[in-house]
Design a protein around this ligand. Structure first.
Ligand SMILES: NC(=O)c1ccc[n+]([C@@H]2O[C@H](COP(=O)([O-])OP(=O)(O)OC[C@H]3O[C@@H](n4cnc5c(N)ncnc54)[C@H](O)[C@@H]3O)[C@@H](O)[C@H]2O)c1
Length: 326
């Protein structure tokens, strides 16, 4: 295939970032776009010179000849998009989190598997060169403790502050830290969560303000992932990993390595993670090489389960064992 023909479902914030990158690739054609918001649809059509515009994704999938589809809608809005795309044999790039309910995610995972299509999920941090470096540094070390943070303000999109639409900060945002922790340390077998919401900035704010989640990794390592979204300012986003005589602090911008007796060593990220995940997806579609995809759907379902189980754990005040094995 000379050019990969792509359709977009949802062309809001993050889709804009993907469209910007893809529109500069010579082997990509943005063939059609879809959004339920006519103003957003018109704006993106003009910005990226797209002729075929739809307000209904089913119509777009039925009418357009596509190779792949980008699904960039909020967590609550996925409906049967993945199943329909899979039925049509379309490869998919899907934004995280993939769903808000495990049963839906598992159903979609089965549909994707049955269709044999490539499904890549937007856990972009996996594509950083410093993520490779962290994995290399940890290869011969035993991580015992992981501390993760996503502490700051709430994004402006109105659905984000509604629990039934976003799933809350851990499911929607801190999921990036849970996922990269899994990428570095391996699968999680159980979680224990505690959430708090003592204040409310507006009546439509139905999510928690902060949380602490204990992770029990299969390797035996333990972790604590903290979230806060009531701070009104950025504070801390990253992951610290601790092994004997060794600390590595990971952020999207770079890593810092600490070893006793040596000054801390800093390595800056050398690639754009959004470019890398898009390039990997397009190359995988063109060549059929699935090994290029660092966050396949099945793996993203495991990350989703960690965050949803933490929620159950908090409500029921008990440790919750994870079940999904792929
Ligand atoms: N990987 C990342 O770094 C990253 C960054 C930001 C957002 N995201 C994820 O991307 C997703 C979207 O977030 P966003 O910030 O772009 O949200 P957004 O609200 O800016 O955009 C979502 C768009 O989807 C459209 N939409 C909703 N339902 C639809 C439907 N049924 N059919 C077609 N269009 C529909 C909306 O009208 C809107 O334009 C979220 O899951 C979010 O977590 C990922």
């Amino acid at each position: 295939m000379e050019k990969v023909r792509i359709g977009f479902i949802g062309v809001g914030g993050i889709a804009g970032a993907h469209l910007n990158i893809l529109s500069k690739m010579e082997d990509v054609e943005i063939k059609a776009i879809c959004d339920i918001n006519p103003q957003t649809l018109k704006r993106r059509a003009e910005e990226f010179g797209v002729q075929a515009c739809y307000e209904d994704y089913r119509e777009m999938l039925d009418k357009e000849e596509l190779d792949a589809v980008y699904i960039c809608v909020p967590p609550f809005a996925h409906a049967d998009m993945e199943e329909r795309a899979a039925e049509k044999g379309l490869h998919m790039f899907i934004e995280k989190p993939v769903e808000l309910r495990m049963e839906n995610a598992i159903r979609k995972h089965e549909a994707i598997k049955k269709a044999g299509v490539i499904a890549s999920v937007g856990y972009c941090a996996r594509y950083l060169d410093i993520s490779d470096k962290v994995r290399e540094l940890l290869k011969d070390r035993t991580v015992e403790l992981v501390l993760g943070y996503f502490m700051g303000g709430a994004p402006g999109t109105p659905w984000w502050r509604q629990r039934d639409k976003s799933g809350g900060q851990l499911v929607e945002q801190t999921t990036h830290m849970v996922d990269i922790a899994r990428f570095f340390v391996g699968d999680v077998e159980a979680v224990n969560g505690a959430f708090v919401a003592l204040t409310k900035p507006s009546p439509d704010w139905t999510i928690d303000n902060a949380s602490v989640v204990t992770l029990y990794f299969e390797s035996g390592a333990i972790g604590a992932i903290t979230s806060a979204c009531m701070l009104g300012q950025g504070f801390k986003t990253g992951l610290d990993l601790f092994a004997r005589d060794f600390i590595v602090e990971f952020t999207y911008g770079g890593i810092r390595i600490r070893e006793p007796g040596s000054p801390p060593q800093e390595i800056k990220a050398g690639v754009n993670m959004y470019y890398e995940e898009n390039r990997a997806f397009i190359d995988a579609v063109k060549t059929g090489d699935r090994s290029l995809i660092r966050s396949p759907y099945e793996d993203a379902v495991k990350t989703l389960e960690v965050t949803l189980a933490a929620d159950i754990s908090a409500r029921e005040r008990r440790v919750v064992e994870l079940k999904f094995k792929g």
